[in-house]
Design a protein around this ligand. Sequence first.
Ligand code: ATP
Ligand code: ZN
Length: 626
Amino acid sequence: MAATLNGVLENNLAESIIKSRLLMVGAGGIGCELLKNLVLSGFSNIEVIDLDTIDVSNLNRQFLFRKEHVGKSKAQVAKESALKFKADANIVAHHESIFSPEFGLDFFKQFTLVLNALDNRAARNHVNRMCLAADIPLVESGTAGYLGQVTVIKKKLTECYECQPKPTQKTFPGCTIRNTPSEPVHCVVWAKHLFNQLFGEDDPDQDVSPDTEDPELAAEAGQAALSTEAKKDTIGGIERKSTRSWAMETGYDAEKLFNKLFRDDIKYLLSMENLWKKRRAPQPLDFQELPGKGEAMCTGVMRDQRVWSVQECADIFAQSLAALKQDLYSKGDGGTLVWDKDDHNGMDFVCSVANIRAHIFGITLKSKFDIKSIAGNIIPAIATTNAIIAGLIVMETLKILSGNISKCKQVYLNRIPNDRKRLLLPCALDPPNPKCYVCSEKHECTVMLNTQKVTVRVLQDKILKGHLNMIAPDVEIDDGKGTIILSSEEGETEENYDKVLSVFAVGQSSRLKCDDFLQNYSLTINIVHVEKLEEEKEFEVVGDISQFHPTETTTESPVEGHTNGASKSKATEEEDDLLIVEDQVTPDLVSTGRKRPAEDQQDALLIKRKKQESNTEDNEDVIEIS
Ligand SMILES: Nc1ncnc2c1ncn2[C@@H]1O[C@H](COP(=O)(O)OP(=O)(O)OP(=O)(O)O)[C@@H](O)[C@H]1O
Ligand SMILES: [Zn+2]
């Protein structure tokens, strides 16, 4: 097949294809299509990274995988299947996370370009930053149902993945979740919170008990419920303590837990009379007196497709609770479970709990299948969408390889054809956002040190303050997760002072983003880990340190030509990795946890206004699908 490309592509391009080294991150829906396209287009040197193993649910669209591959490494099987198309291709498979330290800057630098086929923001942020640091072009992509998007990212030339704040994520007020749910999704969120309260990391924002601070309780009615005694001591006669410790004391007894959550807490809610003046009041449930009592449990293939009775939900609640308790105890003291939509017990638990709560509040019950898609925010993956996007990735790749990166486009695949009967909408790539926290021009320096010996205190006092002219530095690891190891805010990171950098996984090729907001001074430190330095030095700053100093404050105006008000494609608004969060925060802040002036965020939002091209001559790669 590849041979047929001879004569189709220009000689130079054909040669570049053979010589190029590609890194493909993710071997799922888009990745499988893409790897097949790449080998069939003649690419020979490809490394594939995917942390996951093959699940049965992948088989309907990830065509490099077959039933017999279930449980095996996606990267490895993708490689083996792709080799069947082109036996002499040199494909290296890594069954690893892209966050793994072995994929540092030096690893990235060996590639001609990087192709993302990922499904989450943290990993995309990470690859974005690594490609910027290594100065390697990145083709970024994503699909959600019928929608898809491909874009090209190149340092100093285009926007990076983080130049614009991502759409805010869907939120629900805490009191709706805890007191007055009215939709299935509210019950699902509550069930996920309950899972975390019982088995996961303790998060005070995920309280599942009745919320006595509900603004609707401000009026005179319901005050009984708010009496100091009720607030302080008991809910329905049960002492108020953390759900987790109470559950542990009962040995995760299903009946006790059920009656606390679905009978006593609901009775307590009922005592907040104000809440029920204009809405249907919830009906408490007793474990021994359930509707559908005595019904056999549904098993077999239809188990997940049909709606369970309340009795079935209670039985499945008890079963999954017992299984999760075992999982938790097997982790030892202090161990926690992480909820995963693909974990059978975790999903059974959330589904049964959500439905019991839905029944109590008179909300429609849902099948496990439906709840899985609500709980995992799953928009069904569509094989053809992935195939179209994978094709577009190759087209953009070819433009980059032929030296025409300026001709690259950001292409949206929409669900409904536009006025010109087009489903694919190419847009010009925007230049970098000068205010982007990730890719804007800033100081960089290299510091050689032993990460197992140098502490955060030494970093702060001797390196940043002593050598690099900072006054009140904040330091964040540029790891895609935005781990902050040093904060200028009092009381935030003092416990880190005496820890060595390696404790925070700072190692060879780590990058530290250092900011001194007092001075409008930012600096990225590239760490080079060395066991020992000459003359027993603790660290060495490479380069001319006189250039590292605060800059004058500048007020930058939005990039011209990007404020025409045309709205962005819907594709960007419907990311596949949406999460339900409690507060309206911009994803940028979610990912970094960093405090930044609010106006920066506002400005960034204003800058981006996609201009859809109307000039047909420029749209040579538009495909019309009516
Ligand atoms: N940090 C990471 N490092 C390496 N691979 C990753 C990382 N994060 C996600 N991936 C991989 O990216 C791929 C994305 O593919 P896709 O969106 O089709 O997801 P999926 O897990 O296969 O399907 P679904 O989520 O619908 O079950 C997955 O195979 C996933 O394992
Ligand atoms: Zn950027």
